[in-house]
Design a protein around this ligand. Structure first.
Ligand SMILES: *Cc1c(COP(=O)(O)O)cnc(C)c1O
Length: 452
């Protein structure tokens, strides 16, 4: 243990070189220097399956799918094969005035996955851009329909939709938002349906009804000026895996229909089977007007995001007049390599019946996690599909950093959000890895709180 710790502290040249030249995301860089708050920076040399390996040969089980993107492991042979083939055909071509097989096939397959309810796919590279696109499209669609009064957006308490200026405006995570307040356009914030708010015998459904009533009140008073409400369906991930009952989505869908407000579902984190169904909204039996996808859709290989929209939205832009079109573009829109990675990812879903096998995997992991669930310093143990979360009680200052550091010593990549420990593993863990993950998560937790 001691030797391992030291080898991380005096890591190879890679860490020192990275700290000189790479500005790491979502990081106070000083924490990578020495000191009491020290967090090791790990230089990854390669990945295989759920494991990442550093330059010392130490390994880490990637239990959060590398920020929720990696679905079928690192260096997946099937995705690699598809990409190698695509590389020799076409690496990229602009998507204005041109089209290509991977983007057509992917759009058709996504349309089919929505039972052709969301038949028009618009492409970008990252999640935040997909959110920007959905917001702009909603506003512009209303404008094209003569509803220029519809200019406001609604988001949920604790929402996270990305960190560009527009996406941040509909995000409600203080850590990411507060510093930029003066730059952001105000949005309306409604109650979160987070089931942890249940009081005195209230069920998750009751909380969902209460949260929907908050939306109803807002729509009744201000619906005429609201273009859209944006929601992370079933799990608000970045705020700390806040889960809600599907009933909430059903009720909000009805309210949107009644008050002419678009429903934008941000499935960037919860899509692609993460909550147990391919799209989270399927569990509520509804479809949105816009659905944002990114993260897992390319299997964690390449930046790719997609906004799927309904026929009525598409028709609102369809005209002889150029300014009525959606004049938005990104250089890498519809990148063939990224689309091909997505097609290979969808192939794996079909060939391996991933949604079914995940159900079995999830049951096993839930069972293995019982000792952690029952721990006296854990509350609000919750699960949906392939997401597990636990809130640490009296975790002490710097819990997330201390937990992360201890986890790396026990061969785990786990990064709590505040006091919430969560698991979002890739969909490939075998029985041994499932048991190891559960046992080590408990061990890391006990070591971390013992040191508090
Ligand atoms: C990660 C995430 C985003 C932003 O995606 P980026 O690719 O990081 O810009 C947006 N919404 C949700 C729900 C996310 O989890």
């Amino acid at each position: 243990m001691e030797a391992h710790q030291q080898s991380v502290e005096t890591d190879s040249d890679w860490v020192a070189r990275s700290l000189r030249s790479v500005w790491h995301p979502c990081t106070q860089m000083q924490h990578h220097a020495q000191g009491t708050d020290h967090v090791p920076l790990i230089a990854v040399s390669h990945g295989r399956g759920p494991w990442l390996y550093d330059h010392h040969g130490d390994r880490y089980l990637d239990a959060i799918s590398s920020w929720w993107v990696n679905l079928f492991g690192h260096a997946n042979q099937r995705i690699n094969g598809a990409l190698k083939e695509q590389l020799d055909m076409l690496e990229h071509a602009m998507l204005a005035g041109f089209t290509h097989e991977p983007v057509i096939r992917l759009s058709e397959r996504l349309s089919a996955l929505t039972q052709h309810q969301l038949g028009h796919a618009f492409y970008a590279s990252d999640g935040a851009s997909a959110v920007e696109i959905a917001l702009k499209m909603s506003f512009h669609a209303w404008r094209n329909m003569g509803r220029t009064d519809k200019q406001e957006f609604v988001c949920l308490k604790g929402s996270y939709h990305g960190e560009t200026i527009g996406a941040l405006a509909v995000t409600d995570v203080a850590l990411f938002k507060d510093a930029y307040g003066p730059l952001l356009r105000a949005s309306r914030i409604v109650m979160s349906p987070d089931a942890r708010q249940a009081v005195d015998g209230e069920s998750a459904e009751d909380v969902a009804r209460r949260a929907a009533a908050d939306v109803q009140k807002l729509f009744e008073e201000n619906g005429a000026s609201i273009a859209a409400i944006i929601i992370e369906p079933l799990v608000q991930c970045a705020t700390g895996m806040a889960m809600h009952d599907p009933l909430y989505l059903k009720l909000v869908r009805e309210l949107c229909d009644r008050h002419d407000v678009h429903l934008i579902l941000d499935e960037i984190a919860v899509g692609c089977g993460r909550t147990g169904t391919f799209f989270a909204c399927e569990q509520a039996g509804i479809w949105p007007d816009f659905l944002c996808l990114s993260k897992g859709i390319s299997g964690g290989y390449l930046p790719l995001s997609i906004v799927l929209s309904r026929e009525e939205i598409y028709q609102a832009f369809y005209s002889a007049d150029v300014t009525r079109g959606f004049l938005h573009s990104h250089s890498y829109t519809g990148n063939p390599l990224a689309c091909r990675a997505a097609l290979a990812t969808l192939d794996i879903f079909e060939e391996d019946q991933v949604l079914e096998t995940n159900r079995i995997r999830a049951e096993k992991l839930t069972r293995a996690l019982q000792p952690l669930v029952n721990h006296e310093r854990i509350s609000h143990a919750r699960q949906r599909g392939m997401i597990w979360a636990f809130d640490a009680i009296d975790a002490g200052p710097g819990f997330s950093r201390r937990f992360f550091t201890e986890a790396t010593r026990q061969e785990l990549l786990l990064r709590p959000i505040g006091n919430t420990i969560y698991l979002m593993p890739p969909y490939i863990l075998n029985d041994e890895e499932i048991d190891g993950l559960a046992a080590r998560t408990l061990s890391v937790f006990e070591t971390t709180i013992a040191g508090a």
